[in-house]
Every structure is written in C-alpha cells, then in structure tokens.
Ligand binder design. Sequence first.
Ligand code: ADP
Length: 286
Amino acid sequence: MSGAPAIEVTSLSKRYGATPAVDDLDWSGGRGVIGLLGPNGAGKSTLLRMLATVLAQDSGAIRVFGLDPAVADERLAIRRRLGYLPQEAGLYRNFSAYDLVDYVAVLKEITDRSARRDEVRRVLGDVGMTDDMHRRIRTLSGGMQRRVALAAALLGHPDLLVLDEPSAGLDPDQRLRMRGVLSEVGQRATVLLSTHQTDEVAAFCQRVLVLDRGRLLFDGAPRDLARRATDRVWVSDVPDAGALRSWVTGDGDIRNIGTPPPGATVVEPTLDDGYLLVATEDGVRA
Ligand code: ADP
C-alpha cells in the first residue's frame, strides 16, 4: 500500500435541497475496523456512498488511497481496491447465490476460471452460505440475501470495505461470524461500517465515529466514547425530571444521563450511555 491514508476527506459537503446530509466534514482513517454510529438521517449512507464512489459531493475533497474519485481513471483504480455493501443491494433475483457472486467476480476482473471458483467459494463460505449457494436469490430470506451481498463485497481481498449496515437482518450467530470475518479483514485493510448497534461497535471496532446532521460528534476508541459519560449516568426508581434522557433498563431500573443531582446513585457508563449523551447534548445545543 502507498503511504496515503485509505480515506481522507476535507470540508466534505453534500446536501439534498435545503437539507445538509454531510456538512463540512474533515476526517481521515486507515487500517482497522471503524464503526459509524448515528441516528436515522444522520448522513451515514450519504457519506458511505461518496466514499464508495457512487455519489459525488457538492463541495470539498475526497481521497481514497490518495486518489480522487471525481477523476475517471482514479475512480476506476479506487474501485479495483474497494468492496461496497450498499444499504439496499439490488440482486438479480433469478440468479443462484453462486452465479451472482461469480458474476460480480467477473466484473471485478478475476478472470482465471479456477481462481475465480475458489474465490467465490471462499467468500460464500465466509458468510456461511456454502450449503445454500445454489439456491436462487429470490428463494432466500432477507438475511441470506444480505449475506450474499456481503460475500460479493469481500471478493478479491479489497483494501477498503465500505459496508452500510452489514448486520441488518442477521441473527446473533451470523453476526458473530461476520464479526470474525471482518476483524480478520481489518488486520490488513480498512473496514468502515455503519450500524445501529453500539454493542457491535464495542465488540469489534477499534475506532468509532458518531455522526449527526452530517457532522462528526465523536471520533475515537469505543472505550473513550463510553468514558464521555463518566459521572453522567445514574439510576433511580422514577425518571429524573432533570435528566437529558431517562429510560427503563431490563432490570426495571430507571437509567438517566445528564448532570446527576446531589446524592444520585452514579453508575459506570457503557458505550450506549456515551453515544446517547454525545448525540443528545448535540441535539440540545442545536
Ligand atoms: P443515514 O444513513 O444516517 O440514515 P442518510 O445519509 O440516508 O442518513 O440521509 C441523510 C439526510 O439526507 C436525511 O435528511 C435524508 O432524508 C436525506 N437524503 C438522503 N438521500 C436522499 C435523497 N436521495 N434525496 C433526498 N434526500 C435524501
């Protein structure tokens, strides 16, 4: 790999009408698994689509491996090193899972037949689809279709994987398998994934980004996001009116975030608390 970071964006903006989807973003990142958290409409998909070279920005610069996706030759060079799982992958419903991934492998220029067969089987194995690989896409469950699309993104050992909610629709067992595969990929490549699950970020991301209204609210290690809520989380028997947010936990306790009142039972923060505090405080400021 060259010395350039896998991803570098400066003053990156994209708006839809009056809505800024990504707003003057500066960020760079390299090897490892990076989790992107944020509420619905935060701009996660828009950012991922721009990095995956399928959407052009309005202003600012994007460099992937030091290359500019706005320049046709450079865009092609990026795509050769990129795997992308869109939020809604349009799959040919009459293809079998195997034929679909094989087709993508051809597009990815894996021309040697026997190497391609091995590679298609490898990625279908990685997502646990070996037993079902000859079934037609239209007969597969939503979660299975998602895994086929993920398999296609893994083809050819990309240096950058951009994954829009890869765990959506997967059961806990499949999520564990996916984490294992992506952790391994993250040893040598950059994996940037969006998720709604803070436990997923805590479990296997080395770095976490929190995006809201197109702006980056946090960038750091998952444990540091949890630490943001140190001394800011307390439990009580009834919701605390002074809290920024209160909710009932599985144990039946009320958990509150904000500025605890004197004498409150302050507890150890989780990543969830850190995320909610960062997102809520930003919402209050806006
Ligand atoms: P997220 O992935 O975090 O849910 P998105 O990137 O999908 O967020 O959306 C960011 C903002 O841009 C939202 O306000 C959304 O409504 C808007 N948006 C996204 N795509 C489009 C589009 N194709 N046309 C109009 N508005 C869009």
